[in-house]
Write a protein that binds this ligand. Structure first.
Ligand SMILES: Cc1ncc(COP(=O)(O)O)c(C=O)c1O
Length: 384
């Protein structure tokens, strides 16, 4: 029987590598470093948790299934899966093509790969296909990487088109799916070779843990990420797997609620005279609104707002009572931050300006609270 994704998420225990004799609803947590080879009865060999662990395998099997891939590695943070991707695909002197609007941690990591391994990083606007094709045609690109929606610019990239273009020039295509998650979009089905995501965000959903995962499309690529994950020690510990698993069955209902709440708040903000611009892919004013609707089942509750002054943006954040000034997103509590100061502090002002982000841009992550409460809080925060 082919199960829909939300059904698989609610039956995670069925992805456990062993038959469970107890009938427990949740899978067991094997909190162990090593395994006794003499006592193993199954076909699969476990020797050391850095390489393989039956608890981690539940999540890896589940993510492989829901992303429609061939294999997965769960990592100890989201940025560790970006590192693992680079360690797997790039060599000294490699070329990588990256959407310029990317997470600050990815940007910092690219600088490190450039400085230490002489990797050439080509940043580009992935909406400009002519330029993308020009870069691919004139450089030996090994890897193409983008997010969609992008963080913080909330651009929507046509993943199928970029996958086709990437493969025309024999490069690999990886998508950071942290914002949309597999409940909304599955990059591998659209042609990507890797889908990676920070499970810290919507997937765990409660802001209680940091972690990530990377899913490969083919067995060959899956073997490679497993090899490098073991070699570099990227794997996730079993207790964190447990914490993440607690949020997974409710992913669909949470994403629908994040989307609904965030649209109401974005629409409210769009009408205020102190706001210059609201960038939310679910609003008709977004330039890729149609693509956002066709590529994603749920649009994440993350959006950016340009206030009419830096002072107002800062005092709003100071005065608000329900929006914590926090990085990260996808938690039940709403958050705000100035990307230039926190999540994207590794960019220069000029680099941020090039992707449309200024000091008066505030990024909102809308949670699961009552929307009227959130709107009342915004109203009092700008009045002071
Ligand atoms: C798009 C994106 N990718 C990767 C990461 C890194 O994830 P983590 O913070 O779990 O290491 C983040 C973190 O904010 C992110 O926004």
């Amino acid at each position: 029987m082919t199960k829909q994704i939300e059904t698989s998420l609610c039956h995670m225990a069925s992805f456990a590598p062993f038959d469970d004799v107890s009938g427990a609803s949740h899978f067991p947590i094997y909190n162990t470093g090593t395994f006794d080879l003499k006592k193993q009865k199954g076909d699969k060999i476990y020797d050391y948790t850095r390489s393989d662990n039956p608890t981690r395998e539940v999540l890896e099997n589940l993510f492989t299934h829901v992303e429609r891939g061939a294999g997965c590695v769960c990592t100890h943070t989201g940025i560790a899966c970006v590192s693992l991707l680079f360690e797997t695909v790039l060599k000294a002197n490699s070329h990588i093509l990256v959407e310029a609007d990317c997470y600050g941690g990815t940007f910092r990591l690219l600088k490190i790969f450039k400085e230490k391994y002489n990797v050439t990083v080509h940043f580009a606007d992935f909406l400009d296909f002519e330029n993308l094709e020009h870069i691919l045609a004139t450089n030996p690109i090994d890897l193409v990487l983008c997010e969609s929606p992008t963080n913080p610019g909330l651009k929507i990239i046509d993943l199928k088109k970029v996958a086709d273009l990437t493969h025309k020039y024999n490069a690999l295509f990886a998508v950071d799916n942290s914002l949309a998650t597999f409940i909304s979009q599955r990059p591998l089905e659209l042609g990507a070779d890797f889908s990676l995501f920070s499970t810290t965000k919507y997937i765990s959903g409660h802001g209680a843990v940091v972690a990530g995962a990377i899913v490969a499309k083919t067995e060959e690529l899956s073997d490679k990420i497993h090899y490098y994950a073991n070699a570099h020690g990227r794997s996730q510990n079993p207790m964190d797997v447990y914490l993440i698993s607690l949020g997974i069955p409710t992913l669909k209902v949470r994403m629908a609620e994040h989307e609904k709440n965030s649209i109401l708040i974005a629409k409210f903000l769009e009408e205020q005279d102190y706001i210059v611009k609201v960038t939310h892919p679910a609003l008709k004013s977004h330039p890729q609104y149609d693509l956002a609707k066709s590529q994603m089942a749920y649009i994440p509750g993350l959006f950016c707002v340009d206030f009419n002054s830096i002072e107002l943006a800062e005092s709003f954040i100071e005065n608000t009572k329900l929006f914590g000034e926090k990085c990260s997103f996808g938690s039940p509590d709403s958050r705000v931050e100035i990307p230039a100061k926190i999540s994207h502090a590794s960019f220069s002002k000029e680099e941020l300006a090039a992707i449309g982000i200024s000091d008066s841009t505030v990024r909102f992550s809308i949670g699961l609270e009552n929307v009227e409460d959130l709107i009342a809080d915004i109203k009092q925060a700008v009045k002071k």
